[in-house]
Ligand binder design. Structure first.
Ligand code: ZN
Length: 146
């Protein structure tokens, strides 16, 4: 188990140091801003959605290692998913970080399972997903985890 933990931490560190899909995305047609006041994490999510399918996801912003890694992993997981599939992933991810049973295959997102042991970090890990929700609904008001 500790080896697995080390591996998970390694993936999180890697995604924090080298966030995937990070930067502006002028071709995006959905945007949302998210803020986690508890930790100070801020991010802007850009999506290109066509025919109900998320073709591309990018993010910008600054936050702690967990929030950055989570956003990076999320953007990777979202590409090619339908909005309905993204909602299923969000639900599964939410169960995972709350320490509840997960019934969907979260793939690489599972590296964040350890967050459930640190309640203060759950909002860091969830911020990107709440922001995704707002982007898919095209809400113009920034989302806050509080
Ligand atoms: Zn944070």
């Amino acid at each position: 188990m500790s080896d697995l933990r080390d591996l998970y931490q390694e993936v999180i560190f890697d995604h924090n140091r080298h966030p995937r899909n990070f930067g502006p995305f002028p071709e995006a047609n959905r945007h949302a801003d998210g803020f986690n006041p508890l930790c100070g994490d801020r991010l802007t999510l850009h999506l290109r959605v066509e025919g109900g399918v998320i073709r591309e996801a990018r993010f910008e912003g600054a936050g702690c290692a967990i929030s950055t890694a989570s956003a990076s992993l999320m953007t990777e997981a979202l590409k090619g998913k339908t909005e309905a599939e993204a909602a299923v992933l969000f639900e599964g991810f939410h169960h995972m970080v709350m320490g509840e049973p997960v019934t969907v295959d979260l793939g690489k997102l599972s590296v964040l399972a350890g967050v459930s042991e640190f309640p203060a970090r759950v909002k860091c890990a969830s911020l990107a997903w709440h922001t995704l929700n707002a982007a898919l609904k095209n809400e113009s008001n920034p989302v806050s985890t509080e």
